[in-house]
Design a protein around this ligand. Structure first.
Ligand code: SRM
Ligand code: SF4
Length: 572
């Protein structure tokens, strides 16, 4: 076999590459600037590095204009993201996160689309205490953001508990073993003394090297028939193959991603493609070698073309597979058959193995807070105080109260009733299948509202749903405040991407099981147009659909939108 000579793109390295290179393995001047009391902010270079520590500086955009008028610096605050593979948290950890958000955050917790906690609103002077407390609860924020492998997701699967716990263990192993090795985090936040001497790069970061990756890297493990983690949106996806009730290995899919820039055809969402099968014990090797291919050939010059999906598209899927097998020293087996049913969550109580129960709770927009008439945060706190199982944050921003013993079930159920915590079944199935990214007021990249707006839009869409007898039809609907795709908009049967305040591009036609991307249907429309479009589309769907046909498939069959499975023609 002739080995092809692969090349990374030419071009001078982006500024972030310089920052990483000069950072002394992600230290920069973070230790010093976090002590500075003159500003609540930190310099840009350090903020770039901060991401590798699971945080970054934001400002409250609701207050931006007013503070500018008053000639005050922006209302600086930090977002902090926890690394929590597979989304599993103990009740004790839940209570710590709840307490920290009250003490140092904005009093809410965000359950993210990658199954973890985010806190918002932390002031600079409270960051170290917050991280130290998280550490004492046996959690951390290392590599939750930044140009490294991120929180590894896995299907929150209460139905097949045995497989779930096995797959969960693999997600933990991957997450831990693929961590950066630098001690920067421990020195800056946990007061670890620096070891004297200058070890070489091989010793400090054997896999990442001093420049880390060209861009973030994401891994997710799905357990069919659930594709809740949207395995085709991951840089590297593993699809569990179960035979005779036993996990025999994983199909490997590479090159997925959701982000793009409006109007820029060189950027697009892309689906990961299945390239083969590996045994569970080969999984780490596959992940490590895939990451090193991206490390060596990813675009370090243009960050918006730096994700692995572009590396795969540029080099070609077969070439990347060949390179992977060269680095592995063995070949992947042929991919095994699998079947996904859905990418959403299944709500309410289900019985797992060994007399354990799981309750999936609908958490709108993933925001845990106390609303005036819905004490969600208090209710969950009271549950955490008596719960002896676990909590599982889902990839759809919901929450599973997991591993509840039969003896505890009545007690937990009484609290669920007392606080009116909901499996969402009094809502339409459409709302239960909704996701929205954070967007305003904390996200600096948001062009329009998402999490704060979608619930009120859905109130109106639900009227149309009811007029058409579609209350129990699961239709996935996702909204993001910009095209970065944090709520995986391109895999929603109905998707909205913020363009400007109150204006969205509307997308249709993704598959209900997350295996096909949507396409743009209308550009730059406001609420009135959104509702009138949906009135026509949903009424046609109610009348013209075939038995069991999902909305995303219907719009394609009815010729309303052209199908695409390839991101490179996403804009056409
Ligand atoms: Fe994201 C950047 C929030 C999942 C694609 N994302 C951001 C930042 C950090 C904004 C920034 O860089 O300035 C957002 C913080 C807002 C805030 O105030 O909290 C942010 N992303 C989120 C979360 C919290 C959305 C949510 O409501 O749940 C999710 C946290 C996940 C986690 O726990 O790790 C989140 N982001 C995603 C996903 C979904 C996923 O991974 O399954 C995607 C699409 C998948 C992908 O990566 O392709 C996603 N986020 C992005 C991008 C676009 C990357 C790209 O390829 O171009 C950015 C912008 C960037 O990296 O430059 C981004
Ligand atoms: Fe922010 Fe855009 Fe991500 Fe929404 S999609 S959280 S607006 S970066």
């Amino acid at each position: 076999m002739v080995t092809k000579i692969l090349k990374a793109p030419d071009g001078s390295p982006s500024d972030v590459e310089r920052i990483k290179e000069e950072s002394d393995y992600l230290r920069g001047t973070l230790k010093e600037v976090m002590l500075d009391r003159i500003s609540a902010g930190i310099p840009d270079d350090d903020n770039r590095l901060m991401k590798h520590h699971g945080s970054y500086l934001q400002d409250d955009r609701d207050l931006r204009n007013e503070r500018q008028k008053q000639k005050l610096e922006p209302a600086y605050q930090f977002m902090l993201r926890v690394r929590m593979p597979g989304g599993v948290s103990t009740p004790e950890q839940w209570l710590v996160m709840d307490d920290l958000s009250q003490k140092y955050g904005n009093g809410t917790l965000k359950l993210t689309t990658r199954e973890t906690f985010q806190m918002h609103g932390i002031l600079k002077w409270n960051m170290k205490k917050t991280i130290q407390t998280i550490h004492s609860a046996l959690l951390d924020t290392i590599a939750a953001c930044g140009d490294v492998n991120r929180n590894v997701m896995c299907t929150s699967n209460p139905y097949q508990s045995e497989i779930h716990s096995e797959v969960y263990e693999w997600s933990k192993t991957l997450s831990d073993d693929l961590l950066p090795r630098t001690r920067a985090y421990h020195e800056i936040w946990l007061d670890e003394e620096r070891v004297a001497g200058t070890p070489d790069a091989e010793e400090v970061e054997p896999m990442y090297g001093p420049l880390y990756l060209p861009r973030k890297f994401k891994i997710g493990i799905a357990v069919p028939p659930s594709n809740d983690i949207d395995v085709f949106s991951q840089d590297l996806g593993f699809i569990a193959i179960v035979e005779d009730g036993k996990l025999i290995g994983f199909n490997v899919a590479i090159g997925g991603g959701m982000g793009m820039t409006h109007g820029d055809k060189a950027t697009y969402p892309q689906l990961a493609k299945v390239i083969g099968f590996c045994r569970p014990e080969q999984m780490y090797d596959v992940a490590e070698k895939t990451i090193t291919i991206q490390r060596d050939y990813g675009n370090r010059s243009v960050r918006k073309n730096a994700r692995f999906k572009y590396t795969v598209d540029r080099l070609g899927l077969e070439t990347v597979k060949e390179e992977l097998e060269n680095r592995l020293g063995w070949s992947l087996e042929e991919a095994k058959p699998y079947h996904f049913d859905h990418n959403g969550d299944r709500y309410g109580w289900v019985e797992g193995i060994e007399d354990k129960w799981h309750f999936t709770l609908f958490v709108e927009g993933g925001r845990v807070t106390d609303y005036e008439d819905y004490k969600l945060m208090t209710g969950l706190r009271e549950i955490a105080k008596v719960h002896t199982g676990d909590f599982r944050l889902t990839a759809n921003q919901n929450l599973i109260i997991g591993n509840v013993s039969s003896e505890k079930k009545d007690e937990i159920n009484a609290l669920i009733d007392q606080y009116g915590l909901t499996d969402g079944k009094h809502h339409s199935a459409l709302r239960r299948s909704s996701m929205a990214c954070v967007a305003l007021p904390t996200c600096g990249l948001a062009m329009a509202e998402a999490e704060r707006y979608l619930p009120s839009l859905l109130d109106k869409v639900e009227e149309i749903i009811d007029e058409n007898g579609l209350r129990d039809e699961e239709i996935t609907i996702r909204m993001t405040g910009c095209p970065n795709g944090c709520a995986r908009h391109a895999l929603g049967e109905i998707g909205f991407i913020g363009k400007a305040p109150g204006k969205y591009n509307m997308y249709l036609g993704a598959a209900f099981d997350g295996s096909r991307l949507s396409k743009m249907y209308r550009e730059n429309i406001g609420e009135e147009d959104i509702l009138s479009e949906l009135r026509v589309l949903l009424s046609r769907y109610a009348k013209e659909r075939e038995e069991g046909e999902h909305f995303g498939d219907f719009v394609i069959r009815a010729g309303i939108i052209k199908a695409t499975t390839d991101g490179t023609n996403f804009h056409d």
